[in-house]
Every structure is written in C-alpha cells, then in structure tokens.
Design a protein around this ligand. Structure first.
Ligand code: NAP
Length: 427
C-alpha cells in the first residue's frame, strides 16, 4: 500500500501540528547537529518513524519566522518540507497560501486542518460575553471553512485512493458526550458550569461543518475525517494525559487507513469510533481526578478542645481529617485539602446536645465543611464517613462529633495571589 505524495498540515508551528509534521516527514538521522536544535517539542526526533517517506509536506504557520522548531525540521528535509505562511482567521491569507502551494502542485492527498485555540476558559457562559465564542469560532470553524474552500480543489485533483480532508476536532464538541463531560469536568474542576464551554461550542460547530462537507465531498471521493487527538499535553492542554508522540502516531495511523469505504467519520486517535468509553478513562486519569463521581469539598475547618488525648494533634501523623482514604470516601479530589485545625480551652466552647440525650466529653470535635456540588445523600454519606473515620482512627466517640456544611460557590474562592482561580480559568 503506497503512501500519499502530498500532505498539507494547517497550523503546524507547535503542539500537535508540529508533531504531526515530524511524524509525517522523512528525517535523515545523519543530520545530528540540526536534530539537536529541534528539541522543544521533539526530544525523540532521532528515533522518529518515517511514515510517508516519499511525501512532499506543506506545513503552515501564521508566522513562519517565529516557528523555529518547524524551521529546523524543514532544514532537515530540504525540498520535501515546505513552510507556508497562513493565518487561518484571514481568508485572504489562506487564499495566498493556496496560491503559493499551487506553484508546486495542483494536488494534495491529505489536508489536515489542525489550527485551533481555546478561549474563554473558566467563566459561566452567561457572564463571559460573546467575544471568546467569536474568537473560538473564527479560528476553529471559520478557518476550517476557508481552508475547505481553498484546498478542496487540490483534494479533488488527487489520484490517491485514500485521500481525505481531516479536521482536528475534540470530544469536547460531542453532543453525545456532553452529559458525561459535564459530570466529569465538574468533578475535576469543581465548577457548577462547563469551564471550556465556548471552545466546546466551536468544536460542535466544527463537527457539523465536517459532517456537511463529508456529505458533499465523499461522493466525489474526498471523505472528511473528524479526528479527536486524545487529551494531549500541549500549550493548549496542560492537563493532557498522553504525549504528543502517542497522539500523532495514532493520528497518522487513523488517517492512513481512512477512505471513502470507512463508515465512521468521527474517530479518536486510537482508532476507537465510540469515543465515549475511552474518553471517560482518559479524563478520570488526569491527575487529581481519580474517581469520576467525585464532587468537591474545598475546605474543612475543625475545632476541638485543647489537651484532649484521643484525637491526634494537628501536627500528628494522622492529622484530623487529612487521610487520603477519608478524602476519597467523602468525594474530595486529592491536593484540594484546605484545613484549619484549631484547639480551644474547655471554657471556649459550649456544645449542647440539642436534646438528643448525648453526653459530650472533652474530646469534642466540631467540623465545619465549606463545600459545593453535594446532594443531600452525599452529605449524609460524608457525615457517616467522618464519624467512622474519627472513631476508628482516633478513638473519638461518635457523640463527640458535630458537623455542619456551609454552601459556597466557585466565585467565593481565591487560592492565592488575590485571584479567583476557579473563575479565571487557572483551576
Ligand atoms: N491538546 C489537546 O488535548 C486537544 C484535545 C482535543 C482537540 N485538540 C485540538 O487539536 C488542535 C491542536 O491543538 P494543540 O493542543 O496542539 O494546541 P496548541 O499547542 O495551542 O497549538 C495550536 C496551533 O494552532 C495554531 N493556530 C492558532 N491560531 C491560528 C491562526 N489564527 N492561524 C494559524 N494557526 C493558528 C497555533 O499557531 P501559533 O503558534 O501561531 O499560535 C499552533 O500551531 C486544535 O485544533 C485543538 O483544538 C487538542
């Protein structure tokens, strides 16, 4: 099965686009000096696969002069990797890129639209305003449309039997996955809204664009592939849990096998058509999110009587509420513990029994939980888990435990620097 002879990657200055170009082009390992220069994104350049050894690759960047890794790669592949300037927000720029490519060829076997941005993270969509949505749409959708307009004639001219137009999509744009995603992301980021909503909307729109283009072009021999690259660690996604290499090896494999005969045109980098199951696995494996069902306790304050013997002190190994096991039970993410443990003299606390018939002792513990996103059932489970934990781990009488929950919202937190990190997208 021979490979394509011409490939265009749009948006290749860094991240997945750059790694894709690296994966596609043929690199001679004898250029070791040059290889050393291409290090930021491509530490394993020497070992890279030669996927399409005879392909001419066209790679665009909006500022070729600043795309230094791409330039180093081009220097290793003189005559085979051609760098083209294109700002996808500007239809004239894409037209000019098409004109430049047409000087060399009138045919492209694969056109991969990879350029993308993620704007407007971390605010609810009614508060954030329309601008981030416009920006996301401009780059993620309009740019794809302009590119389809300019480069479809090249694809139609191609004689390659597995030619395709590839749009870099995202599971975040999937309507089918939306409900699962709401749950998982609320668990991960502790917000009562979807932090990447404006981006998601743009990728949903891109998906529809892809479907419409496929409807039009597949009968003419150009199927459109909507590709989810995985959650990849890049500038755009510092939470990514797969590396660039794993993603692009998969992407190239999927593209290589794709043809008009392939029924499913919405595929993950790992060739899985039903993205749901795998995506859930990926998202829950992000650091800090070990259980897809977890919601968020942001803060626990507790007070106890000084000198009580059975409850460990705040410096003790078993700090009152910090056990990992307990945190899992009460559905709180790791590294999200904010606890203030204060001890009081006997005469500084009054704690009756509200006529329940309890005898309080001097080991009394009063816990106040600042939290969001819990159901009544969650809270009841949390009360029971705390009582069990303190009773077994610290010997506390369960009648000596008073717990109260205080509801708050995402906007009520600043974790440092005077910033509202849940709102400004840093959390
Ligand atoms: N990383 C993930 O986990 C993930 C998951 C799902 C989908 N995706 C999608 O995969 C694609 C690549 O993402 P990434 O993670 O590699 O992102 P990235 O590291 O932020 O790279 C984005 C690329 O898009 C280019 N770009 C942005 N605006 C452009 C414009 N107006 N004109 C031309 N190029 C432009 C950037 O070029 P400059 O250097 O000029 O800015 C850069 O090359 C995106 O479409 C993204 O939505 C990523």
């Amino acid at each position: 099965m021979s490979g394509p002879s011409t490939v265009l990657v749009i948006g290749a200055s860094r991240g997945i686009g750059l790694a894709l170009v690296q994966q596609i082009v043929s690199v001679s390992t004898s250029h070791s000096l040059m290889v050393r220069k291409v290090k930021t994104y491509m530490p394993n350049l020497q070992k890279q696969l030669t996927c399409y050894p005879s392909a001419n690759v066209y790679a665009t960047a909006r500022d070729v002069a600043k795309a230094s890794d791409l330039q180093s790669l081009a220097a290793l592949n003189r005559g085979k990797l051609h760098l083209i300037t294109a700002d996808v927000m500007d239809p004239n720029s894409i037209k000019a890129a098409a004109a430049e490519i047409s000087q060399r060829t009138d045919s492209l076997d694969h056109v991969i639209y990879n350029a993308g941005i993620l704007r407007g993270v971390g605010k609810n969509i009614l508060e954030i305003g329309i601008e981030p949505l416009k920006e996301n749409l401009e780059t993620n959708v309009f740019g794809a449309y302009y590119s389809a307009v300019e480069f479809t004639p090249f694809l139609l001219n191609s004689k390659f039997e597995r030619k395709s137009l590839v749009l870099m999509s995202s599971n975040f744009g999937s309507i089918a996955l939306a409900d699962t995603l709401f749950q998982l992301k609320t668990a991960a980021f502790g917000t009562d809204f979807e932090p990447t909503a404006m981006y998601n909307i743009s990728k949903t729109t891109l998906n529809r664009l892809g479907k419409e283009l496929d409807q039009l072009l597949r009968p003419q021999g150009v199927p459109v592939l909507l590709l989810h690259p995985g959650l990849v660690k890049t500038d755009m996604n510092p939470f990514g849990n797969i590396d660039l290499k794993e993603s692009v090896i998969g992407i190239v494999d999927v593209i290589s096998k794709y043809s008009v005969a392939t029924k499913e045109n919405y595929v993950g980098w790992n060739s899985i058509n039903k993205i749901t199951a795998n995506f859930k696995e990926q998202l829950v494996s992000i650091e800090g999110l070990s259980d897809p069902e977890i919601s968020t306790i942001r803060n626990i304050g507790s007070h106890r009587i000084r000198n009580s013997s059975t409850v460990p002190t705040r410096n003790g190994e078993k700090s009152l509420l910090s056990s990992r096991g307990l945190f899992k039970k009460v559905k709180a993410p790791p590294r999200d513990r904010y606890q203030i443990i204060t001890q009081h003299e006997k005469d500084e606390i009054i704690c009756d029994d509200t006529n329940l018939g309890f005898e309080r002792t001097d080991d009394l513990v009063v816990v106040q939980v600042f939290q969001q996103g819990r159901t009544t059932e969650d809270k009841q489970n949390m009360f029971a888990a705390l009582a069990d934990h303190l009773s077994t781990e610290c010997g506390l009488e369960k009648t000596d435990l008073v717990i109260s929950c205080v509801e708050n919202k995402s906007e009520d937190w600043s974790f440092g620097l005077g910033e509202a990190q849940i709102l400004n997208g840093k959390l």
